[in-house]
Write a protein that binds this ligand. Structure first.
Ligand code: COA
Length: 475
């Protein structure tokens, strides 16, 4: 569908959305630069790539996914090719070259320039950058209890688990990396520059639907060549860069706590039948959870799509409002009656819906302010006072960084916190349950992903109990 530009146009609030992001995720890669990075997209070139990169035990292979007549390889052919790769890369004692891409961008850029001085390395790196996407065949991760299994898998997808495990089995500059673990865990990680979550999740839905179709295709009898292994010449300097990247990655991995909550008590269907916006309801539950935990509200960011505009990306919905504060304060106030709490919840959700409407129509404040600030910096004029004001800094310190990414498949996305003392919360409201992934930094004493998850669950249950007390006629 991407090749023939026949992807169905998506709609939000009855308006068509810009589909450009869908055309940016295959055959693209982020390239480190000294001043700034760039994103290259090889799909639109004269000879679009026909190969993917497969990585197993830190060893990279080029796998051509088209037959010489232009037809894509069949599932059986792919399986045979992957098996060949698997069998020829059983040793694990290789340098985890991919871990270089996890380092801080300036450090990686210097290491990159050093790496590609060698002709063989340069050709190998180019082949990875040009490939349609990566498939990471991961080594087994340590066994964990069932209770935390999904949290561990989420962390594996997000960062690979550190240099001892699978963080070197990646090329983090690559837009799309599908990950398959030996225990059957699977998912993907993606580089955010070319696109937001929704096109990526649409792709996942498409893949899952496609896999469920049993299409009988005859596999051509012509034997396929062995996929080409990519060579790297590791000089002592490159080895040093790899060691530095390993250390940096291990610190980051150690610092990030990831908790997954499968909230199973209700989902989108119940909220819709209660005449509630699921998104606004979940955002208010987050407000309540945070307020109960800290006795104070915090600046909250929720991503809103700007794809009603050509090449639009995102705007921020500021979920903390005067109305949301009134609601969370009233919720545990014994002097308040149920009817008043319900009224405050409805007003808070209404405020959230109105802000969402403004944001998706390009009428919110954050991207405008960002544009003005960038312009001020570019013009080298003195920055307008507002950007130097303490209240501006406070307003930009998003302790709650949240995003809804919905899908048909029962899955979830993960994001890290935006600030050192904050949380990242990504959620997917399904029909009868809601998936949440909550992250926080272990180095921050004030935050705790497990605790927020618990408070969130309680808030969602208490809010449902409140809804159940609505007089039947007003439902
Ligand atoms: N009663 C009954 N139904 C209601 C309702 C109410 N009071 N309020 C809303 N609904 C319905 C909506 O009409 C919608 O119906 P549909 O699924 O048939 O279209 C459904 O409930 C869901 O609406 P809601 O939960 O309010 O949220 P939304 O789907 O409009 O999503 C955003 C809100 C902000 C998430 C969305 O606008 C957006 O921008 N998404 C992209 C975010 C993004 O890019 N994230 C990734 C960043 S990497």
């Amino acid at each position: 569908m991407i090749d023939s530009e026949t992807l169905p146009v998506e709609y939000l609030g009855g308006k068509p959305l810009c589909m450009d992001q869908y055309y940016q995720v295959l055959s693209s890669c982020r390239i480190p630069g000294l001043k700034k990075d760039t994103v290259v997209n090889h799909a639109s070139g004269k000879t679009p790539p026909t190969h993917i990169t497969v990585v197993h035990n830190f060893q990279f292979f080029i796998l051509d996914v088209y037959n010489s007549d232009g037809t894509p390889l069949t599932v059986d052919q792919l399986y045979m090719q992957l098996e060949k790769i698997w069998n020829s890369s059983l040793q694990t004692n290789k340098e985890p070259i991919g871990i270089l891409t996890s380092n801080q961008r300036n450090t990686w850029c210097k290491a990159y320039n050093n790496l590609i001085k060698d002709k063989t390395n340069k050709e190998s790196v180019r082949a990875i950058q040009k490939s349609i996407f990566l498939v990471c065949l991961d080594a087994p991760m340590p066994r964990v209890s069932e209770e935390i299994y999904y949290s561990k898998v989420a962390a594996q997808m997000l960062h690979g688990g550190g240099s001892r495990w699978n963080s070197g089995n990646r090329w983090f500059d690559k837009t799309l990396q599908f990950i398959v673990g030996e225990d059957g865990s699977c998912g993907l990680t993606y580089e955010h520059a070319p696109a937001e979550g929704p096109p990526i999740v649409f792709l996942v839905d498409h893949v899952v639907e496609y896999m469920n179709k049993t299409e009988m295709v005859r596999t051509p009898m012509i034997p396929l060549p062995m996929p080409q292994k990519l060579r790297f010449n590791i000089t002592p300097e490159i080895k040093k860069d790899i060691e530095k990247a390993k250390q940096n990655m291990n610190i980051m991995v150690h610092d990030l706590d990831v908790r997954v909550l499968n909230f199973s008590h209700y989902g989108r269907k119940y909220l819709k039948s209660s005449k509630m916006s699921s998104d606004a309801f979940i955002q208010m539950a987050l407000q309540l959870a945070y307020y109960r935990l800290y006795d104070v509200c915090c600046p909250t960011y929720e991503s809103a799509s700007l794809r009603m505009f050509k090449l639009g990306r995102t705007e921020a919905i500021r979920s903390t409002t005067t109305e949301s504060l009134k609601f969370v304060q009233a919720m545990d106030d014994k002097s308040k009656q149920t009817a008043e709490k319900l009224d405050l919840l409805e007003k808070a959700m209404d405020a959230h819906r109105k802000y969402t409407h403004m944001a998706i129509h390009g009428q919110a404040i954050d991207r405008h302010l960002l544009g003005l600030k960038m312009q001020g910096i570019e013009d080298l004029t003195s920055l307008p006072d507002i950007f130097m004001d303490t209240s501006y800094a406070v307003a930009m310190h998003f302790n709650l960084f949240t995003s809804q990414v919905g899908s048909k498949t029962d899955c979830f996305m993960c994001i890290g916190p935006m600030v050192p003392d904050g949380y990242g919360v990504c959620y997917n409201p399904m029909g009868d349950h809601i998936n949440f992934a909550v992250t926080a930094f272990n180095s921050c004493e004030e935050t705790n992903a497990t605790k927020l998850t618990r408070f969130l669950e309680e808030a969602l249950l208490d809010m449902k109990a409140l809804l159940e007390q609505r007089p039947k006629t007003s439902k």
